[in-house]
Design a binder for this molecule. Structure first.
Ligand code: FES
Length: 98
């Protein structure tokens, strides 16, 4: 995938997993695009710093770790390791937890 601007997000599919890729302060992060509360896509939410908010009921997650930061969600979202290689964003999907 091509580079993103600061604070931008992009959705992509990798091995059947819908990912939300975020760029914050020069670093890239990849998390599941589905909220752990009721499955809303997070790509319609707002990214502020490292926090993505769900557009449906307002749960918040840390895109660095997937940690749930605010109700009504109580569970984290899956996060995936990201590396940059020659300007490309590479995401590692592990089998079994995606
Ligand atoms: S679906 Fe995301 S907070 Fe409810």
């Amino acid at each position: 995938m091509a580079a993103l601007a600061e604070g931008d997000m992009a959705v992509c599919q990798v091995d059947g997993v819908e990912l939300l890729i975020c760029q914050v302060r020069g670093s890239y992060y990849a998390v599941s695009n589905r909220c752990s509360h009721s499955g809303q896509t997070l790509s319609g939410g707002k990214l502020r710093g490292h926090t993505i908010s769900c557009p449906l009921h307002g749960a918040r997650f840390d895109v660095r770790t997937g940690e749930c930061l605010a109700a009504p969600a109580t569970r984290p979202i899956k996060s995936f390791p990201v590396t940059l290689e020659r300007g490309k964003v590479l995401v590692t999907i592990d089998d079994g937890n995606g």
